[in-house]
Design a protein around this ligand. Structure first.
Ligand code: GLU
Length: 305
């Protein structure tokens, strides 16, 4: 299979969809994104990289950062993490306060905003003042790109507009499922959302999940093979808000969507894929990136099923 040829074909097949859907508009930095942009990159566990489209463009990785926070918290607490966060599909809005109230402060899964607040709290307890720098370092080392950085303006805007996320943090704290101050944890969450990268960076950074927990870039054993398997299963069942089932049905790969229009997906044992196009469908998932991944999976037959 020639992956570059396949990517080129995918790019030409999605071209007619560019411009459909609408970009997130809750902060200006996302609202000004050009909906006609598209990029897709593949990083293989052998070290090859293929890309098509606007592969040098940087975007904030938003909710995809929850995968890194989950990885680090899981490494710290191992199975004790599941006392503090569940692993069931939310079946409700990704930032629902109601769901959290009903579950007595235990977020339904680590890929919801509430779940990311808990995983970030775990990391903060372990690392204290080093936390913010270490979150960035994790992404940099995984991708092999030490110039990845926070977008300070986006972090501040996320915080300004993230009232509901802050409310979730306070509600979790009210159930005594937070060890640090809700404001501090929320701010660290907003900073993670504001890490900026390209599709190539994103694909490379997630390779450890396709490689039984070993980062092929740094050769580090990031997590165990069993932990990688569990994270992939959570990505499959919970990675796309309350339309995770639809993504699994159409694409058949573990993955994570985010509000800036990026989607990352894993083919275990083989590769990590990132696709990006800013305009979202009605469910908040990138319209073109999800179509691109569906076409890619269909053309190549790559799927976990
Ligand atoms: N910064 C966004 C939020 O917390 C991330 C959401 C997303 O990418 O889904 O609401």
């Amino acid at each position: 299979m020639n992956l570059q040829t396949t990517l080129n074909e995918v790019a030409s097949e999605v071209r007619s969809l560019l411009g459909k859907g609408s970009v997130a508009n809750y902060i200006p930095a996302l609202a000004i994104a050009d909906p006609t942009k598209f990029a897709m990159a593949i990083a293989t566990v052998q070290g090859d990289v293929f890309c098509v489209g606007d592969c040098d463009e940087l975007f904030s990785i938003q909710s995809i950062s929850k995968v890194f926070a989950l990885t680090q918290a899981f490494k710290i607490l191992d199975s004790d993490l599941w006392r503090r966060v569940d692993r069931e599909n939310a079946g409700s809005e990704f930032n629902s306060l109601l769901a959290l109230e009903l579950s007595a402060g235990i977020p339904r899964n680590p890929l919801s905003n509430a779940g990311a607040i808990v995983t970030t709290d775990v990391i903060l307890t372990e690392r204290g003042k080093e936390t913010k720098a270490s979150l960035l370092e994790f992404f940099r080392v995984r991708s092999g790109n030490m110039s990845i950085d926070f977008n300070e303006e986006i972090a501040q805007l996320e915080s300004e507009h993230g009232r509901r996320t802050k409310a979730l943090a306070y509600l979790i704290a009210s159930f005594k499922n937070l060890e640090n101050h809700p404001q501090t944890v929320s701010m660290l969450y907003f900073y993670q959302c504001a890490m900026e990268a390209s599709c190539v960076d994103l694909a490379r950074s997630l390779l450890f999940l396709a490689n039984k927990g070993v980062c092929p870039i740094s050769q580090e054993h990031v997590i165990s093979a069993s932990q990688a398997k569990r994270i992939n299963s959570i990505l499959l069942t919970c990675g796309h808000y309350d339309v995770s089932g639809d993504f699994a049905f159409r694409v058949g790969l573990p993955g994570k969507s985010c509000v800036s229009g990026a989607i990352a997906a894993l083919v275990p044992g083989k590769m990590a894929i990132a696709a990006w196009s800013p305009a979202l469908n009605k469910d908040g998932v990138s319209l073109v990136a999800s179509a691109a991944l569906e076409i890619f999976a269909t053309k190549t037959g790559l799927s976990v099923f």
